[in-house]
Design a binder for this molecule. Structure first.
Ligand SMILES: Cc1ncc(COP(=O)(O)O)c(C=O)c1O
Length: 380
């Protein structure tokens, strides 16, 4: 037998995470995750699960009974929404204004749905006119999907208005709130969002790997009325819900116990701060960051009204090597900045101000690092 040699415990460096996620995880959350593992059907664990659902209802601002964290990253929450709500042959309008809208399209195709796509330029919000026009051309659209906060572009779209149009035409909405939840308002009930997925690692500042979801009654009615079996065994709501609700919980899969402790703690911290205070903190520090970046002579990629406070796209100045700046930020400042995705690769930096990472000290560090590195890079 070959032995494994030279490997010791992994001791990661301490970084400041100011990319597109994950964000910094507070020590309280890390400590919560280090508590003793108990059984996934232990009555104490079930009690914690019930609290977790309550805390998520607060974060999503919903009374939806079916609100829970899917065991898997945001992508699994996304698939959970699509595989349950889209049956083969269903016409689905996908509003695409960035990379993550493209993933929604992939989901529609793979579930056998018939996609109708409205494309908006990267860096601009979803056009409500185009959504209306899509219904004019395709009155049989059953579901509309969109990304509330496009992480690839740093743009926020008007979720409430999209939902209003969809409902006026009898369609349900699937909303991606992976980057929005906890950073800007996500008002599931007030806006009438039918199926919503998010992620643990952005403005909630838990570790990656959990995807909070919430489903309203109209969405659950569609799931109940399905003529075909959900394509996924793991994500079939009918199978997973008996683990998350009801008096006698039944085994579905072994829940990620310690990460769920972490999410419980992260959400508890959000309730302690208060949602409105958290949104305000993101907005205020965004303003300070933008002022500082502009003071360095850098320019924001997205027009002011559409900018996400929690994800800031900055244009890489002409002649500056994007990758060198990010590598040096990591090496010299332990600071992670995000690269541009897809058509924006090499053209922008993505600066996250998410959850625990959204602090004055981090804004100062980022401005200090970029001030030094951009002028060095320009002089090269
Ligand atoms: C808007 C959006 N949707 C979905 C995802 C996928 O989440 P995950 O990487 O946790 O699977 C991400 C991740 O960055 C995202 O930003």
């Amino acid at each position: 037998m070959t032995a494994v040699e030279g490997i010791t415990s992994f001791d990661p460096p301490r970084r400041v995470l100011m990319g597109p996620g994950p964000s910094d995880v507070h020590q309280r959350v890390l400590d919560a995750m280090a508590r003793p593992t108990i059984g996934h059907l232990d009555p104490e664990f079930v009690r914690m699960m019930d609290e977790l659902k309550e805390l998520l209802r607060y974060a999503f601002q919903t009374e939806n009974r079916v609100t829970f964290p899917v065991s898997g990253p945001g992508s699994v929450g996304m698939e959970t929404c699509f595989v349950n709500l889209v049956e083969p042959g269903d016409k689905v309008l996908v509003c695409r204004n960035g990379a993550f809208g493209g993933r929604q399209l992939e989901n529609v195709e793979r579930t056998g749905g018939v996609p109708v796509v409205v494309d908006d330029d990267w860096g601009t919000p979803i056009s409500l006119d185009r959504v209306e026009w899509a219904f004019d051309a395709h009155p049989d659209i059953r579901v509309v999907s969109f990304v509330h906060a496009e992480t690839s572009t740093g743009v926020g779209s008007n979720a409430e208005a999209i939902a209003t149009i969809a409902h006026a035409h009898g369609a349900l909405v699937i909303a991606d709130t992976v980057t929005s939840l906890g950073g800007i308002p996500v008002m599931v009930d007030e806006w009438g969002l039918d199926a919503v997925y998010s992620g643990s690692q952005k403005c909630l500042s838990c570790t990656p790997g959990l995807s909070p979801v919430t489903f309203g009654e109209a969405a659950l009615d569609k799931v109940k009325a399905r003529k075909t079996k959900c394509q996924s065994w793991f994500m079939d709501l009918n199978l997973v819900l008996p683990y998350w609700e009801g008096g006698a919980r039944t085994y579905h899969h072994t829940a990620p116990i310690n990460p769920l402790y972490g999410l419980h703690e992260a959400l508890l911290m959000l309730t302690e701060e208060g949602l409105e205070a958290a949104w305000r903190r993101h907005a205020e520090l965004h303003d300070i960051l933008v002022e500082g970046l502009e003071g360095l002579g850098l320019s924001m990629y997205v027009e002011a009204p559409y900018r996400l406070p929690q994800l800031n796209l900055v244009s890489v100045p002409e002649g500056v090597d994007d990758a060198w700046v990010r590598a040096e930020a990591l090496r010299r400042y332990d600071l992670e900045l995000g690269n541009g995705l897809g058509v924006l690769a090499g053209k922008v930096w993505r600066i996250g101000l998410m959850g625990t990472s959204c602090t004055q000290a981090n804004v100062d560090l980022c401005l200090d690092a970029l001030g030094t590195l951009v002028s060095e890079a320009a002089a090269k």
